[in-house]
Structures are given as structure tokens and as C-alpha cells.
Design a protein around this ligand. Structure first.
Ligand code: PLP
Length: 398
């Protein structure tokens, strides 16, 4: 069966060039980079080389890059590391649409002695920087606002946000897991203090990430152990994956132009043709600046999960904007924060492309998705023509 993978915001395929670069580090070059001998030293040199490539992609200095095990660890390290370095400051500012790696951590912190201010977004998924300015206080240890949203692709005005945070004397962390490799970033021209990267979102393997820590930022380590990563992250390095992340960053730098043009054109055509063929479709975040690869579409009066199951039968991999697939009936916190109507929030589907998607992939999705939506709408109790509609809406609480 034909398979069209359109779930690249969930994870990406490891690029063949990345895998090739990693392989010798499972076999020939297995030394511990902390060892004094030549065998270890060789590996340490390659890690430094990878560090340079990660830094080059985001306009940072190599010493500002700390390797971690994933985006979640980088987010936790940034926020907990700043809190531990500033024990008197007990206030944190985040947005209501953060990834659980930030959002759930801050929920935990709110239950454990910290005050967390959550900034809302408007119906276009956009945050108001003026509200941020009002929210930052003298005791604000850290502001953590994502660069681009994983569900809608909406890009926040992070440089403006960074300017406000700096002026207020606080520290800005940004979760840039979805932005890095898709849009150009230049931290040498920025006031961002900490920035999260995850390998598996940019064609490196799972289980590796990085945290950018601006020179001079005072931060305590999250994982305490050996002297690795200049005492900023204990634990023997995941050498093959770090080498893979370096190569993936080098490739992403080369392919960035394509992401902005060809991949964006594919995404734009996908949206256009789906909206033409499936009435009552709403593109979430359409009016805001967005990542070039992402679309999040709500189909009114149908269940997103049902769409995904039928897409899956056709070999199309997408994901739902809601958490229903994980067994909870709670709809997406991101779409709820945007005020997407009840009749649409449950029927959202995210399609996220990458440089390996083709025009034929888009044709295939456009051929199959609208008929699936039409079919489901005919049998939907949510349908506006259905006599059950009022009863069903009333029984959901969102
Ligand atoms: N932050 C964002 C915006 C994400 O999209 C993800 C993954 O989906 C993460 C953090 C977590 O990254 P990881 O899977 O590497 O822990």
C-alpha cells in the first residue's frame, strides 16, 4: 500500500546522510569522549565538530550548545536550571499553548510553591506582547514562550518578546523544537537566553537534543553527575546520536531555502485544495505567520479521530489536534485557547510535511481526505442538520 507520511511535527525520518555519518560511532569509534587516550580523544573531536554544526544552524557559539537527551530534557533543564540558580524568584511566565514539556512542568511547579502566569492567545493563535510586558514582575525568574506552535505552526514574535523580557530584567527561554531547521534563526542578533532543540524533529534520531545557553547566563545543571558538557549536563554522551544531530543541522542549513519555497508551496496547495473540496473547513492560525510545513484544519461536525483512522486505511499518516487518541476526551488545549468552536475543535487534523514529501503526496491526500470528511459528515450526530445536535453538544464539557 502507498504510504504518505504527513506527520513530521510528531517525528521525522532519519536522513540517509545522517545515518551514514552515525554508523562508524557504533563500531569503530566507540571510545568514551572523556577518556584521556587517543581513542577517546578522537571521539571528543567529533563531538566538538557536531557542536559547531548545531551552533552554525542557529547563529550561536559552539560553547553555548549543551547536548541533552531530547527536547523535553532541554525544556526541563532550562526552566529548572534557571529556577535553581535564582532561588528567591518564584514567578514564571508561559503561554497557554506551550507543549506539555513546558506546560506540565509549570503545572507541577505551580503545585510546588511557584506562581505561574499563563498568557492567552487570540483566535489566530497569536500572543499579545503588551500582555507579556504587564505579566513580567521583579520576582519573575524565567519567561518560557515557544518559538513556533507544534499543533498550528503559528510563529510567535519571539524577538519582540525577547526585547521586552530583557528590558524587564528577566530571562527568556524559548522552546524552538518546531522552528529549528524549518525557519532561519540567528541567535547572535537576538536577546534569547536559552533555546531548546530536539533531534528527531529535524531528521536526526530520537533520543538526542540540545540546549542553547547564552554565554553569561547563570544556570544550575538539571542532571547532576560527571563533568561532561562543561559541568552543565552529567552523563556519558550519546555519541552516535550527537554526531547525527550535527549532520542533520548541517543538512538543514543547506535545505532551509527548499523548506521556505517548495515545501511551503506544497503545504499551501494542500490547504487550498482541501478547503475547496471540503466545505466548513477552517484552517487554524491561517492569519498568523506560520511554519512553512504545517497545516491544522478543523472539519466542522466530524471527529478528528475518525478522520485519522480512515486516512490511516489509505496509508496517510497525520495526527489529530486533540488528545483524544491518548484515551482522554479533552480536546486540544491549543485550539481551546484559540477559541475554536466546539463543533470544530474535535474535528481537527494536523498535516505536517518535510523535504521528502512530493507533489504526488499532496495529490494523494487531496484525493482521499475530502471524501472521508463528506462520508463522516453524513453520518455525524454533530451535523448541524441533525436533530441530535443540541443534545450531543450539551453532553460535552469544553
Ligand atoms: N516542544 C515541542 C514544541 C514539541 O513539539 C516537542 C515534541 O513534540 C517537544 C517539545 C518534546 O521534544 P522531545 O520529543 O524531543 O522530548
Amino acid at each position: 500500500m502507498k504510504v504518505v507520511y504527513a506527520d513530521n511535527n510528531a517525528t521525522t525520518k532519519v536522513a540517509p546522510e545522517v545515518l551514514e555519518e552515525m554508523l562508524p560511532f557504533f563500531s569503530n569509534y566507540y571510545g568514551n569522549p572523556s577518556s584521556m587516550h587517543l581513542f577517546g580523544g578522537q571521539v571528543a573531536k567529533n563531538i566538538d565538530n557536531a557542536r559547531q554544526k548545531v551552533a552554525a544552524l542557529i547563529g550561536a557559539e559552539p560553547e553555548e550548545i549543551v547536548f541533552t537527551s531530547c527536547g523535553t530534557e532541554s525544556d526541563n533543564t532550562a526552566i529548572l536550571g534557571i529556577l535553581r540558580a535564582n532561588p528567591r524568584k518564584k514567578h514564571i511566565v508561559i503561554s497557554r499553548v506551550e507543549h506539555p514539556a513546558v506546560y506540565n512542568l509549570c503545572t507541577y511547579l505551580a503545585q510546588n510553591g511557584y506562581h505561574v502566569t499563563e498568557l492567552g492567545v487570540d483566535k489566530n493563535g497569536m500572543l499579545n506582547p503588551d500582555e507579556l510586558s504587564d505579566a513580567v514582575r521583579e520576582d519573575t525568574a524565567v519567561v518560557s514562550i515557544m518559538y513556533a506552535n507544534n499543533e498550528t505552526g503559528v510563529i510567535f514574535p519571539i524577538e519582540k518578546i525577547a526585547g521586552i523580557v530583557k528590558q524587564k530584567g528577566s530571562v527568556l527561554h524559548t522552546d524552538a523544537v518546531q522552528a529549528v531547521g524549518k525557519i532561519p534563526l540567528n541567535l547572535s542578533q537576538s536577546s534569547i537566553d536559552l533555546l531548546t532543540i530536539s533531534g528527531h524533529k529535524l531528521h536526526a534520531p530520537k533520543g538526542v537534543g540540545a540546549l542553547y545557553i547564552r554565554k553569561g547566563t547563570s544556570i544550575s545543571p538539571f542532571i547532576i553527575g560527571g563533568h561532561q558538557e562543561k559541568n552543565r549536563r552529567g552523563g556519558t554522551e550519546n555519541v552516535p546520536s550527537i554526531i547525527g544531530l550535527g549532520k542533520a543541522c548541517e543538512l538543514a542549513k543547506k535545505c532551509m531555502g527548499e523548506e521556505q519555497t517548495r515545501v511551503k508551496q506544497l503545504r499551501d496547495r494542500l490547504e487550498r485544495e482541501i478547503v475547496e473540496k471540503a466545505p466548513d473547513a477552517i484552517i487554524n492560525g491561517y492569519k498568523s505567520p506560520r511554519l512553512p510545513n504545517t497545516t491544522n484544519i478543523s472539519f466542522e461536525f466530524v471527529e478528528g479521530e475518525a478522520i485519522l483512522l480512515l486516512l490511516n486505511e489509505k496509508g496517510i499518516c497525520a495526527s489529530s489536534g486533540s488528545a483524544c487518541t491518548s484515551g482522554s476526551l479533552e480536546p486540544s488545549h491549543v485550539l481551546r485557547a484559540m477559541g475554536v468552536p466546539f463543533t470544530a475543535v474535535h474535528g481537527s487534523v494536523r498535516l505536517s510535511l518535510c523535504r521528502y514529501n512530493t507533489s504526488e503526496d499532496v495529490d494523494y491526500i487531496v484525493e482521499h481526505l475530502p471524501p472521508i470528511v463528506r462520508r463522516l459528515r453524513q453520518i455525524s450526530p454533530y451535523n448541524r442538520d441533525s436533530k441530535f445536535q443540541g443534545q450531543v453538544s450539551a453532553s460535552h464539557h469544553c
